[in-house]
Design a protein. Structure first.
Length: 125
Protein backbone atom coordinates (compact mmCIF):
# COMPACT_ATOMS: atom_id res chain seq x y z
CA UNK A 1 0.00 0.00 0.00
CA UNK A 2 1.03 3.59 -0.54
CA UNK A 3 -0.74 6.95 -0.27
CA UNK A 4 -2.01 6.88 -3.86
CA UNK A 5 -3.52 3.39 -3.54
CA UNK A 6 -4.91 4.18 -0.11
CA UNK A 7 -6.56 7.33 -1.48
CA UNK A 8 -8.17 5.43 -4.36
CA UNK A 9 -9.45 2.74 -1.99
CA UNK A 10 -10.81 5.25 0.53
CA UNK A 11 -12.61 7.32 -2.09
CA UNK A 12 -14.38 4.16 -3.31
CA UNK A 13 -16.02 3.65 0.10
CA UNK A 14 -19.59 4.99 0.46
CA UNK A 15 -20.21 8.61 1.48
CA UNK A 16 -16.50 9.52 1.65
CA UNK A 17 -15.30 13.09 1.25
CA UNK A 18 -11.63 14.08 1.08
CA UNK A 19 -10.07 17.32 2.32
CA UNK A 20 -6.50 18.54 2.59
CA UNK A 21 -5.79 20.02 6.01
CA UNK A 22 -3.01 20.73 8.47
CA UNK A 23 -0.31 21.01 5.83
CA UNK A 24 0.18 17.96 3.65
CA UNK A 25 -2.49 15.76 5.20
CA UNK A 26 -5.34 14.16 3.33
CA UNK A 27 -8.30 13.71 5.65
CA UNK A 28 -11.09 11.30 4.75
CA UNK A 29 -14.53 11.92 6.18
CA UNK A 30 -17.69 9.84 6.34
CA UNK A 31 -19.92 12.54 4.88
CA UNK A 32 -19.06 16.16 4.32
CA UNK A 33 -17.84 17.84 7.48
CA UNK A 34 -20.14 20.80 6.77
CA UNK A 35 -23.18 18.59 7.48
CA UNK A 36 -21.69 16.85 10.49
CA UNK A 37 -19.51 14.23 8.82
CA UNK A 38 -16.63 12.81 10.84
CA UNK A 39 -13.08 11.93 9.86
CA UNK A 40 -12.00 8.31 9.89
CA UNK A 41 -8.56 8.26 8.18
CA UNK A 42 -5.72 10.73 7.89
CA UNK A 43 -2.83 10.28 5.44
CA UNK A 44 0.35 12.27 6.05
CA UNK A 45 1.84 12.91 2.61
CA UNK A 46 5.17 14.03 4.09
CA UNK A 47 5.68 10.63 5.72
CA UNK A 48 7.21 12.25 8.81
CA UNK A 49 8.33 9.54 11.23
CA UNK A 50 6.91 11.36 14.26
CA UNK A 51 3.40 11.32 12.82
CA UNK A 52 3.65 8.25 10.61
CA UNK A 53 2.19 7.81 7.15
CA UNK A 54 -1.41 7.18 8.21
CA UNK A 55 -3.77 7.24 11.17
CA UNK A 56 -7.20 5.65 11.43
CA UNK A 57 -10.04 5.07 13.85
CA UNK A 58 -9.70 1.63 15.44
CA UNK A 59 -12.29 1.60 18.21
CA UNK A 60 -11.63 0.70 21.85
CA UNK A 61 -11.66 -3.09 21.36
CA UNK A 62 -9.15 -3.23 18.51
CA UNK A 63 -6.94 -0.30 19.58
CA UNK A 64 -4.99 -2.15 22.29
CA UNK A 65 -4.30 -5.09 19.99
CA UNK A 66 -3.04 -2.90 17.15
CA UNK A 67 -0.68 -0.70 19.17
CA UNK A 68 1.18 -3.81 20.35
CA UNK A 69 2.32 -4.46 16.77
CA UNK A 70 5.68 -3.10 15.61
CA UNK A 71 5.44 0.25 13.78
CA UNK A 72 1.88 0.90 15.00
CA UNK A 73 1.32 3.41 17.80
CA UNK A 74 -1.36 5.52 19.48
CA UNK A 75 -1.99 8.31 16.97
CA UNK A 76 -0.77 11.71 18.02
CA UNK A 77 -3.63 13.95 19.23
CA UNK A 78 -6.22 11.27 18.40
CA UNK A 79 -5.28 8.36 20.66
CA UNK A 80 -7.93 9.30 23.22
CA UNK A 81 -10.49 8.57 20.49
CA UNK A 82 -8.79 5.19 19.85
CA UNK A 83 -6.95 6.12 16.68
CA UNK A 84 -3.86 4.19 15.59
CA UNK A 85 -0.92 5.57 13.62
CA UNK A 86 1.43 3.65 11.33
CA UNK A 87 5.07 4.64 10.89
CA UNK A 88 5.35 3.24 7.36
CA UNK A 89 3.21 1.62 4.70
CA UNK A 90 4.92 -1.72 5.29
CA UNK A 91 3.53 -1.76 8.85
CA UNK A 92 0.53 -3.69 7.50
CA UNK A 93 -0.06 -5.86 4.45
CA UNK A 94 -2.23 -4.47 1.63
CA UNK A 95 -5.26 -6.55 2.65
CA UNK A 96 -4.81 -5.50 6.29
CA UNK A 97 -4.81 -1.82 5.31
CA UNK A 98 -8.04 -2.33 3.39
CA UNK A 99 -9.64 -4.16 6.32
CA UNK A 100 -8.58 -1.45 8.79
CA UNK A 101 -9.86 1.33 6.51
CA UNK A 102 -13.21 -0.46 6.05
CA UNK A 103 -13.48 -0.98 9.81
CA UNK A 104 -12.61 2.67 10.52
CA UNK A 105 -15.29 3.76 8.07
CA UNK A 106 -17.87 1.48 9.72
CA UNK A 107 -16.94 2.61 13.25
CA UNK A 108 -17.33 6.28 12.40
CA UNK A 109 -20.45 5.82 10.26
CA UNK A 110 -22.17 4.00 13.13
CA UNK A 111 -21.49 6.97 15.44
CA UNK A 112 -23.03 9.61 13.17
CA UNK A 113 -26.13 11.36 14.41
CA UNK A 114 -29.34 10.31 12.60
CA UNK A 115 -29.79 13.85 11.27
CA UNK A 116 -26.27 13.75 9.81
CA UNK A 117 -26.90 10.34 8.21
CA UNK A 118 -30.02 11.71 6.53
CA UNK A 119 -28.11 14.73 5.21
CA UNK A 120 -25.30 12.54 3.90
CA UNK A 121 -27.66 10.14 2.16
CA UNK A 122 -29.68 13.02 0.69
CA UNK A 123 -26.52 14.53 -0.84
CA UNK A 124 -25.55 11.20 -2.39
CA UNK A 125 -28.98 10.68 -4.01
Amino acid sequence: MDAERARAFLLALPHVVETQQWGDNLVFWVGDKTVGGKMFVLLDLTGAVAHGVAAFAAGPEHFAELVEQPDLFPARYLARAYWVGARQWSSLRHTEWEAEFRAAHAIVFAKLAPKTMLAICARQA
